[in-house]
Structure formats: C-alpha cells, structure tokens
Design a protein around this ligand. Structure first.
Ligand SMILES: O=C(O)CCC(=O)C(=O)O
Length: 278
C-alpha cells in the first residue's frame, strides 16, 4: 500500500458525502499521472464534439476511456476510490461511465441534473451510482468547474417539503468545486450539479469515472464498446468493474455460465459451441 492510500481516511470522506453529497480528494493524481492522462487523450482530441445541449455543443467528450490507455484503467480502480465506494455500494459494483469532458471557451452552463436520475425510483433514496470527476486542468469558477448543490442528495421528489421549488433559489445554492489539477471529487449520484460555463479563453479538461450498484444497468455497454481480447489483458478488478462477474446468484450469467469464462482464450459463445456439437 502506498503512502497516499495508507493516509486516506475513507470513513471521513464517506461521512462528508453523507452530509453534503460530495467529497474532494486533493492529491488524486500526481504530475506523472497527469502527464500520462494528457498523453492518453491526445490522439483522440479534437474530433468528439457534443451533439446536444446536455453533452454541450462546445464540449468534447471521449467515451470508453478505460480502453484508451492503461493509465485510465489504473485510475478507474484507484485503491482510495475503491475503499470509499465500498462504504456505499454492494461488493461487485460496476463501472457505469468513463469519459473525458473538455469544456471549451464559450460553453454555457449545463442544465442542473443528477447522474443516477435514470434509475427511476422515488427520492429520497440511497444513491445507485457515484460519480468521480477529476481535474486535468485546474478547476475554477471562471473556466467551468463543476457546480454542486450541497445537501441536494437528501432531497425528495420535486414538490417534497425539503426541496426548494424555484430554480433560481436552487441555482443560488450552487457551490463551484474549484480544485487544483490532479484533484478529484466523488459525489453521490443523487446530488444536483452541472458543468459550469467556461468564460475563459482556454479549455477546461476533466474526466469522469462513474460506478453503479452491481444489479443496476450501466450507462455504457462495455461488452460492446471493447472486444473481450482487450478486457482479457486487464486486471481482475478491472474485469469485474466492466461486468465480467455475476451479482449472486446469477445476474450477468452467460447461457448459464460465469461471464469471466468469456475471457478465457479460445472462448466462443456457448450457443455457438452447442450448435456445432448438436
Ligand atoms: O464536466 C462537468 O463538470 C460536469 C459534467 C456533468 O455533470 C455531466 O456531463 O453529466
């Protein structure tokens, strides 16, 4: 265990998430890791522009980040983050999204939203997913840092007594999460937030890894996003995060078998094998 991991107080960070909906890890990435992140993104930058107001017409997103460079796999299974998430999610939790988000100059603020709102169960409820957003460029209020409404993860449905009704009132509660390059925050999927407006003349580069309960449907379908040959070369933890595992007793099975078998050399889908035998 390295020094940063040994010194990390997962319980204190978890308490902060329970209280305000998010917590900051100031030393998530060192200079070498930041350089590897930039190098990993470089070949793909400049060609992925947002297709709607939510993605952001002036925002570039590179999806399936864990398949882009090994550093993104290391960061997706970073031990402090795993320890923190284990305080909230069931064993076998999944990666649900992994993408870079570059908010370019002139981009406007996103609509306020929650990241696990597509799990349409009534609020208040425990978060079904958690979002990590890491600052590759320093996050400032001016360059479009993420803005969060502290405590909103505890709110009920619109109209609930503990939830303000007026959008302007909610927007007045937003806190800009200013952080140095290399820091990240981890946030409950139930917390209201938005990517901010970039009022500077330089891009704001970040990436997000998001994690969900092992029984919930992930946003990104990693089985189709990358060939099993690539998943085979990844760590056992990474393979489980991608879904090559079951939620007991057999959610995620493949024709009655454990999905990790699909990573064994020479594997062919059982239906194909059985057809050949039959
Ligand atoms: O980039 C950010 O700061 C937040 C982006 C976000 O919340 C999203 O795209 O869902």
């Amino acid at each position: 265990m390295d020094l940063a991991t040994a010194a990390f107080d997962a319980d204190a960070h978890a308490a902060e998430i329970r209280r305000q909906g998010y917590t900051i890890i100031p030393d998530f990435m060192d200079a070498g890791t930041l350089a590897a992140v930039r190098a990993g993104l470089a070949p793909f930058q400049g060609s992925h522009h947002g297709r709607n107001d939510f993605e952001g017409f002036l925002t570039e997103r590179i999806y399936t980040l864990v398949a882009r460079a090994p550093v993104f796999q290391d960061l997706a299974e970073e031990p402090r983050v795993m320890a923190l998430l284990e305080r909230f999610l069931q064993p076998g939790f999944l990666l649900t999204a992994s993408q870079s988000i570059q908010i370019n100059p002139g981009e406007t603020a996103q609509n306020l939203h929650t990241d696990d709102g597509f799990y349409r169960l009534p609020r208040p409820r425990p978060a079904i997913s958690f979002t990590l957003i890491a600052a590759v460029d320093a996050f400032t209020h001016a360059n479009g840092c993420t803005e969060v409404v502290p405590g909103s993860h505890l709110w009920g449905e619109p109209g609930a007594p503990n939830r303000p009704t007026d959008l302007a009132e909610i927007e007045a509660m937003l806190v800009p999460l200013e952080m140095p390059a290399g820091a990240c925050f981890v946030m409950a999927g139930t917390a209201l937030h938005r990517g901010g407006a970039n009022r500077t003349d330089r891009p704001r580069l970040a990436f997000t890894n998001q994690y969900c309960e092992p029984w919930a449907r992930p946003q990104e379908n990693f089985f189709l996003a990358m060939p099993p040959e690539e998943a085979r070369a990844m760590s056992p933890r990474m393979q489980k995060l991608l879904g090559y595992d079951i939620w007991p007793s057999f959610m995620g099975m493949v024709t009655g078998s454990h999905p990790a078998k699909a990573l064994e050399p020479g594997w062919i889908p059982p239906v194909v094998a059985q057809r050949r035998e039959g």
